[in-house]
Design a protein around this ligand. Structure first.
Ligand SMILES: Nc1nc2c(ncn2[C@@H]2O[C@H](COP(=O)(O)OP(=O)(O)OP(=O)(O)O)[C@@H](O)[C@H]2O)c(=O)[nH]1
Ligand SMILES: [Mg+2]
Length: 235
């Protein structure tokens, strides 16, 4: 059975619609969702809690005491999923950058891969309404991370991914250093080191539909440091 892990910090503007759309789209699958919220001041967790009775045992909520970074939230969600025996674990943003319509494609591709990555840079991919400076930053980040990590991927920094539980359960026991968005690159590198089968599928990526980006200078600096450390550790 698949589960979707959604980390949230101040995503109250979109979380309700996202959850409703996912469950509407995946009526034929017994899909579940776990939202990992870092006590968002905008009441994201409250909104999720009010939806829980509508979706009975399908919608889970983990509340962490304070903003602790994307990586920690994902790891908490992954541990939750693995402990309960979910075999397919999808991760996605709460801001509609990642479209729920792609979920069935991820599940299909996961039948013949250990890790499926939704790429913004394949034939058939699209990037919509993303400001030019974010596009430049993204392309620079990808070049940089590919150079240092030797990842054979078109989009090693994408956050829309699906994991088979067997691979994910090994990855989460590795020492993961990232707190922020370099988590994507770091977990991909760990997967590649294990010679896992990794597939990329094209996605349509949109700028966040509401709310504020959590991208910051400190997150960018952390990504550079993590990439350099990964190069130093490369064997
Ligand atoms: N629980 C938790 N979630 C976070 C944290 N930082 C970011 N997120 C969530 O992780 C997902 C990705 O973060 P975004 O702010 O969209 O970062 P981004 O996708 O790199 O940048 P934008 O799309 O431009 O905003 C979103 O669902 C965020 O709400 C955090 O510290 N804790
Ligand atoms: Mg986003």
């Amino acid at each position: 059975m698949p589960i979707i892990v959604i980390p949230t910090y101040n995503e109250n503007a979109t979380i309700k619609r996202l959850i409703q759309e996912i469950f509407q789209l995946c009526t034929d699958q017994e899909i579940q969702i776990v939202v990992v919220d870092d006590n968002s001041p905008d009441g994201t967790a409250k909104t999720v809690a009010t939806l829980q009775p509508l979706f009975q045992d399908q919608l889970h909520l983990i509340i962490r005491p304070e903003k602790g970074g994307l990586a920690g939230a994902y790891l908490e969600g992954f541990r939750f999923a693995l402990k309960r025996g979910f075999k397919q674990i999808i991760q996605m943003d709460a801001d509609f950058s990642h479209r729920p319509e792609h979920i069935p494609q991820f599940l299909h591709a996961l039948q013949s891969a250990d890790l499926v990555i939704g790429s913004r840079y394949l034939t058939g991919s699209q990037i919509q309404k993303w400001p030019w400076y974010r596009q430049i930053l993204s392309r620079m980040g990808i070049r940089f991370s590919k150079f240092f990590t030797r990842l054979q991927l078109s989009d090693p920094t994408s956050g829309f991914k699906a994991w088979k539980s067997d691979l994910l359960s090994k990855i989460i026991h590795e020492p993961i250093r990232s707190k922020g968005f370099s988590f994507q690159m770091e977990t991909n590198t760990l997967a590649q080191k294990r010679i896992a089968s990794i597939t990329e599928i094209p996605i349509i990526f949109n700028d966040r539909s509401n709310g504020k980006s959590k991208m910051s200078l400190s997150i960018i600096i952390e990504s550079i440091i993590i990439a350099l450390k990964m190069r130093a550790n490369r064997s």
